[in-house]
Design a protein around this ligand. Structure first.
Ligand code: FAD
Length: 416
């Protein structure tokens, strides 16, 4: 079996690593001329860590990662009152793995070490795909082209493949913009080094911080109302440190201290997207952000891409043919990722309630929660086991055993 992967980010590299281990011949095509250490902090929850452990990347990653001691710790914006704290002591006994705080660049490094070096082709920007009864042909901006049995589109939030398959991407303005900064540890006191995902909640905005890179850097991300007409959605767009500080003027002194240490900040608008009803279009399968771009409020963007990759490979392993594997992938990944997308979406309102009765009711509800077990649906999920079950469920001989048609243009109501 062979496959083409478009996109050498977290989803694409994880897919290639899993499939190559099973003997599938995979070629990865990434648009960037080199894999750069772009990005910042990423939280890996047990649902993703158990899969990376099976891929043997956790050994390398743990050298740079920090094990989470307190998971989500929600604090009140003006006085620092702790509203909820997810004690992770029981996490490993409940879910078999801890959660980890990592730098995206460290995760990419560990994944790169897990793929066959000769299979990665940099400087290849996919511009077109074409399906036929014998395979799928991918054309690149540099004039090259390649053909394979299946194409895995892991080309991220602005996926060109998804755009070609289903047209309009269905992006809506969320009314929010994101801020991102990395602060060297020597600019902040010890208390910011605790491996805790601290989230400050206030009217119309919230701010998250935690250490990464073995404690050398503090990652800060925040969400505030966007300016009207603001639409640039890019991890490399820049903002001004003084504007960032002004957004949180009057917040608790700890937030002020954190933001005073910021010298460079990213700033971009956050778009919201409706779940779509399928990820498989004959020989082409969408994966990661190309399939289910989500608001970042559940810290599961990378985790869901890793689940997709592991699920796809587990389906292939058990099914032994692409059509059965892709049917199982769709069956299992569409509902799971839609649930996470919707859960993330719902937090944009809950996190930003104005002070008043609704906010008090929310905070009372936090106080009554068992925050670790509250995440059971997310953390206990084993994407490989679920995918194998979906293959077996499809084993009623009614499922497709061959690709059904040649067409490549599919219209789908994607909410856009
Ligand atoms: C530069 C960058 C920085 C990020 N930083 C963070 C962060 O700090 N924290 C966080 O939680 N999430 C971050 N993310 C998002 C996070 O990586 C994704 O939500 C998640 O990992 C899903 O993975 P993915 O593989 O679907 O997408 P990504 O990891 O975004 O990978 C997509 C890859 O596809 C490539 N690509 C795009 N279009 C084409 C094309 N036409 N042809 C070939 N290749 C193409 C991109 O260059 C990229 O390497 C970042 C994403 C990017 C691209």
């Amino acid at each position: 079996m062979n496959a083409i992967v478009v996109g050498g980010g977290i989803g694409g590299l994880t897919t290639a690593a899993f499939l190559q281990r099973q003997g599938v011949r995979v070629q990865i095509f990434e648009q960037a001329p080199e894999i750069q250490p772009v990005g910042a902090g990423i939280v890996l929850a047990p649902n993703a860590v158990r899969l990376l452990r099976r891929l043997d990347v956790m050994g390398m990653l743990q050298q740079q990662a920090l094990k989470v001691r307190t998971g989500w710790q929600f604090r009140r914006w003006h006085n620092g009152q702790i509203l909820l704290a997810q004690d992770m002591d029981e996490c490993e006994s409940l879910y078999g793995e801890a959660a980890w705080l990592v730098h995206r660049a460290d995760l990419l490094d560990a994944l790169l070490a897990a793929v066959d070096k000769d299979s990665l082709h940099l400087g290849h920007q996919c511009t077109n795909i074409e399906q036929s009864s014998s395979g799928v042909t991918v054309t690149f901006a540099n004039g090259a082209s390649t053909k394979g049995e299946v194409l895995v589109a892991a080309d991220g939030i602005h996926s060109a493949v998804r755009r070609q398959l289903i047209g309009q991407l269905g992006a809506r303005d969320s009314g929010l913009c994101a801020w991102r900064a990395m602060i060297p540890r020597d600019r902040l006191p010890e208390e910011f080094l605790s491996p805790t995902q601290t989230l400050w909640l206030g009217p119309g905005r919230h701010l998250v911080h935690y250490p990464v890179s073995a404690g050398r850097t503090i990652n800060v991300v925040a969400f505030t109302p966007a300016q009207p007409g603001e639409t640039v959605e890019s991890w490399s767009a820049q903002g001004k440190a003084e504007d960032f500080q002004a957004e949180f003027a009057g917040w608790d002194g700890m937030v002020g201290q954190l933001l005073e240490a910021v010298t460079q900040v990213g700033r971009w608008s956050v778009l919201d997207r409706t779940p779509i009803s399928r990820y498989t279009y004959d020989r082409v399968v969408l994966l990661g952000d190309a399939a289910h771009p989500m608001l970042p409020f559940f810290a599961q963007g990378a985790g869901q891409a890793i689940e997709d990759a592991a699920a796809l490979a587990a389906s292939v392993e058990l099914a032994g043919d692409w059509p059965t594997a892709l049917t199982a992938y769709d069956r299992v990944r569409v509902p799971r990722t839609a649930q996470v997308q919707q859960a993330s979406h719902s937090r944009s309102e809950v996190n930003h309630l104005p002070d008043g009765p609704d906010q008090e009711a929310r905070d009372d509800a936090f106080a009554g929660q068992d925050p670790l077990r509250h995440s059971d649906w997310l953390y206990s999920y084993d994407a490989q086991a679920e995918a194998k079950q979906a293959v077996l469920a499809n084993d009623d001989k009614t499922g497709p055993r061959a690709f059904s048609r040649k067409g490549s243009a599919v219209q789908e109501n994607n909410g856009g």
